[in-house]
Design a protein around this ligand. Sequence first.
Ligand SMILES: [Zn+2]
Ligand SMILES: [Zn+2]
Length: 272
Amino acid sequence: MNYICVTCGTQFAESAAPPAACPLCTDERQYLPPGGQRWTTLEQLRAEHRNAFQRLEPNLLGLGTVPQFAIGQRALLIQTPAGNYLWDCLSLVDEATVDLLNGLGGLRAIAISHPHFYSSMVAWSHAFGRIPVYLHAADRGNIQRPDPVLHFWDGPTHALAPGLTLVHCGGHFAGSTALHWAAGAEGRGALLSGDTITVVPDRRYVSFMRSYPNLIPLDAGTVERVVAAVAPYPFDRIYGGWWDRVLDGGAQAAVQASAARYVAALRHPPRD
Ligand SMILES: [Zn+2]
Ligand SMILES: [Zn+2]
């Protein structure tokens, strides 16, 4: 059985009994609910949940599981002349999802921002003919289900396809990545950021954290490095990791202003 952690949605390597613990949830960036560790399986998820789809703009489809599961991960399907690519991933993959995506031309590859979206990435890859899954090598230690489909890239950027560039940012995780989509936002460029750069609820700003649920901030130098990593890429819109976290326009300036606000708050002399 490939057990899935109910709290974070990560699928584990095959085992007869549930794993002793989920290293992602016992990490200081995550948490376990008051009831403690619980496990499920893909079979059980398929019985109780389904995937919902929303067209976010031309050639961009959002996918999420309903009722919500784990941390409410939302994946993005980007359609390009070179084929379809899945950014981030979900715990649930079922026949309806496979049929619908194959009807849109199938999937060429999967790329993931960081370990909180690794979810059932190996099952997804296998469901689409063992397509490659691109992960940043700095987060290699967080793999719970090793498989030959996982491809680790290193260095500052990786060209996924023409007009799709993986940009290593770090911060939240050592390997935290954003995906630059040159044709996004009607050709003005879009950044698919997961929570490497997270769109905050007022949707005019973003933020940067080591842990979002546990409110552990990053230091100023790290925030500045995250922003510097994406600065060379033109983008007007940011799609964060969740349905309602979209910064619709003026995103490049919003990232600069948000980083300046964050760093100023850290460096402000204490009040007495
Ligand atoms: Zn977990
Ligand atoms: Zn995260």
